[in-house]
Structures are given as structure tokens and as C-alpha cells.
Design a protein. Structure first.
Length: 390
């Protein structure tokens, strides 16, 4: 059914990088969420008033509050899809992350309120009121929330949206809470076992964890996350596949919302390549990366002297020294020989070190590499700049 709704209501539904397509997905999610929650609200409020069941009436207003969540999701995604302007040259895509963060706050509030209520019931157990009408309404709510959870998850995965995945998790939490209520009612009615407070506490713990997970997944891109290993490898391999490219380093990717990635990278090329040819090569790489990956790339050309035998020998020597350290993630780049102020020669390079090394460990590592190079290449003074990968 989800695929059918996507095909009917979303034009160009496969082109999920377009802002208008993402907005259409969000609008469909919101429209379905609002419809389902309003139907649940109406049915529960009618049955609650007819039977006088306060719990059913309370659950009805919970569904009404979920309508607000759907509205926030739609509004947030709509704002995130606005084009770049003078004040926001990188677009408004991060608003989508803020929308998911709002959902996480709502989920956490529900979780803590449920935990408080459950603690009260554990300390002061209450007699449960059972009716088949109430049970039917709760089962209807479970089915509705199960549908919304799966529906939003499919839409969220289709466009890579944290906001829609958060809406899916929110519906899943509601479904679990209602399922716990059904279990408590059935056990109490048929077996005279009252576990309402215990099940509520367990569900509240799950709901709180869900809220924290949503917040974590949302805050990571807002704060700034490193590119994944797979994306890193794919992008680097693509750039290094060009004939004149000798290597790359210092890839930095900035995310300004789903589908809005900007990157910079240093590209090593032969030092005897003309400036015009280098410019043409860099322009071609940037355009091809944009077409294939949708990434706005800025390249920096690093000249490498491929004819200097000293550089080639030093490169192999330094590779050997680094291999002897047996440190995963350790590498170097920008190796060159320059004249020192005292008339000697400096061998200059950047050393890429893992993030897990302490300052003292990095200092000792530099010292060992410097001493080893001096021993194997006398007459050269190592000048090492330490950096971390992004």
C-alpha cells in the first residue's frame, strides 16, 4: 500500500535528491499521520464518552497530540526544502535535523511521564477496568500505529530522512505502550494478575531509549560527523582513478542537510604539469564528482616531484619506518625536501595519526620516527606536522 500511495501522490518519486520530492514525501507522511490519528481520536473519544472510560479518553487526546507531531514534521521538512538565499547560502537542510530533534523531545516527555505514572502504580496498585469495547479500541490503535511506524520508516529510508525515521520510532513507541496496556488488561481480567505498573515501567524505559537514540542520530550531523568509511573509500577511489592523479589526502566533507554535501580534498599531481592542464583536471574532477555523487567539491592541487630519485627513495624509506610502528591508520603525505636556514636540508611531511592516540603517545611517535629517519638518512632533518583525518 505504501508503494501505491508513493506512486499516486509523489511525482518523480525516485529522484529523492530534489528538495520538492523530499517535501512531497514529508507531506504524504504528514497527511497519512494526521488522517490516522484523527480517526483514532474520533473513535476513542466517542467510545470513551459512551462507556465513561477515562483511560480511553486520555488515549484519544494522546492521538490528538500526535497530530501536532505530524504537522511539525511536515512544516520542518517544508522549511528544509527552501532554496539557498543570501542569509543561508548552504540552504536550509539542517532544519530537517531540528525537526527530528523536536520529535525526540516529545518522545522523551512521553517516556518520562509514563515512567512517573508507572512508578505510582507500582507503589499504589489500582484496580483495572476491563471491557471488550475498550479492548477493541486499543487493538485498533495498535494496528493504526503499527501501520504508521512501517509507513514512515519506508518513506524515511527512501529519502534518508531522520525526521521521518523519528516519526516512525514515535509511532512504534505508541504501539508498544498500547500493547503493554492490552497485556495488562488481559492478564488482570482472566488471571487476576496486576502487572500494569511493571509493564508500564518497562515500556517507559524503551520509549526513553528510543527518544535518546533519535536525539543522538539527530545531533551527530548537527554537531558535525566524519564521512563514513564506505563513502570515503568510494569518493577517494573515484578521484584517484584519473590518469594524472598520483594520490589524495585531507578529504573533508561538510553536511548541510540530507543531499547537501560540500567537500574539499588535496589532489597530488606531477609537479611538471602545466598550471593550465592542472586547472582543467581539477575542474573536470569537481564536475564529475558533482554529477556522480551530488557532492559540491573543491580541489587543491599538490605538486609531487616524480623525477627526483631522492624523494622516491625517501618515500619508500618513510613507508618502511611507518610500517614498523604497527599502528593502524598511520600514514603520511606532502613529502618534500627543502633548504634549511642553516644551509642543510629538511625533509618535510605531514603525518596522519589515529584519533585514539594521546598527546604523549603522539609526541613519542614523532620522536621515534624522527630518530629513525635521521639514522637511515643522515644529513636530512625531519620536520613533521601531525594532523588527524576528517
Amino acid at each position: 500500500m505504501t508503494d501505491l500511495l508513493i506512486r499516486i501522490f509523489i511525482k518523480d518519486h525516485k529522484d529523492t535528491q530534489k528538495a520538492e520530492v523530499r517535501s512531497a514525501y514529508a507531506f504524504l507522511s504528514g497527511a497519512v499521520g494526521i488522517t490516522v490519528n484523527i480517526l483514532l481520536f474520533i473513535s476513542k473519544i466517542i467510545i470513551g464518552l459512551m462507556t465513561g472510560a477515562v483511560s480511553v479518553i486520555a488515549d484519544a487526546f494522546n492521538n490528538l497530540s500526535d497530530v501536532g507531531s505530524s504537522v511539525i514534521t511536515v512544516a520542518g521538512m517544508k522549511m528544509a526544502g527552501q532554496p539557498a538565499d543570501k542569509e543561508h547560502p548552504f540552504g536550509h537542510g539542517r532544519i530537517e535535523y531540528l525537526t527530528a530533534l523536536c520529535t525526540s523531545v516529545m518522545v522523551l516527555c512521553v517516556g518520562f511521564l509514563l515512567l512517573w505514572s508507572s512508578a505510582e502504580k507500582i507503589l499504589h496498585p489500582e484496580e483495572l477496568t476491563f471491557s471488550y469495547v475498550s479492548l477493541a479500541v486499543l487493538l485498533l490503535s495498535i494496528l493504526g500505529k503499527a501501520f504508521l511506524s512501517r509507513f514512515n520508516k519506508k518513506l524515511g529510508n527512501a529519502i534518508g530522512s531522520n525526521a521521518l525515521l523519528a516519526a516512525s520510532a514515535d509511532a512504534g513507541s505508541d504501539m508498544l505502550a498500547t500493547s503493554a496496556a492490552v497485556l495488562s488488561l488481559v492478564l488482570y481480567h482472566f488471571f487476576d494478575i496486576n502487572i500494569d505498573g511493571i509493564t508500564g515501567a518497562l515500556v517507559s524505559a524503551y520509549v526513553i531509549k528510543t527518544g535518546l537514540d533519535i536525539a543522538k542520530d539527530t545531533l551527530v550531523p548537527i554537531i558535525g560527523a566524519s564521512v563514513t568509511k564506505d563513502d570515503f573509500r568510494e569518493l577517494v577511489d573515484f578521484i584517484e582513478s584519473y590518469d594524472s592523479v598520483l594520490g589524495t589526502h585531507d578529504l573533508i566533507v561538510h553536511n548541510y542537510g540530507p543531499g547537501r554535501d560540500f567537500a574539499t580534498i588535496h589532489v597530488e599531481i606531477p609537479s611538471d604539469m602545466s598550471l593550465n592542464d592542472a586547472h582543467i583536471l581539477m575542474d573536470g574532477i569537481e564536475k564529475d564528482v558533482s554529477d556522480r555523487f551530488g557532492v559540491m567539491l573543491v580541489t587543491h592541487a599538490d605538486p609531487v616531484d616524480i623525477h627526483d630519485e631522492r624523494i622516491a627513495g625517501l618515500r619508500e624509506l618513510l613507508k618502511e619506518v611507518i610500517r614498523d610502528e604497527h599502528q593502524e591508520g598511520l600514514s603520511f603525505h606532502d613529502l618534500r625536501i627543502i633548504n634549511a636556514a642553516n644551509g642543510g636540508l629538511n625533509v618535510v611531511f605531514d603525518l596522519l595519526v589515529p584519533w585514539n592516540l594521546s598527546k604523549n603517545e603522539i609526541s613519542e611517535l614523532k620522536k621515534r620516527i624522527r630518530e629513525e629517519l635521521k639514522k637511515k638518512a643522515p644529513g636530512l632533518t625531519p620536520v613533521i606536522t601531525v594532523e588527524h583525518g576528517y
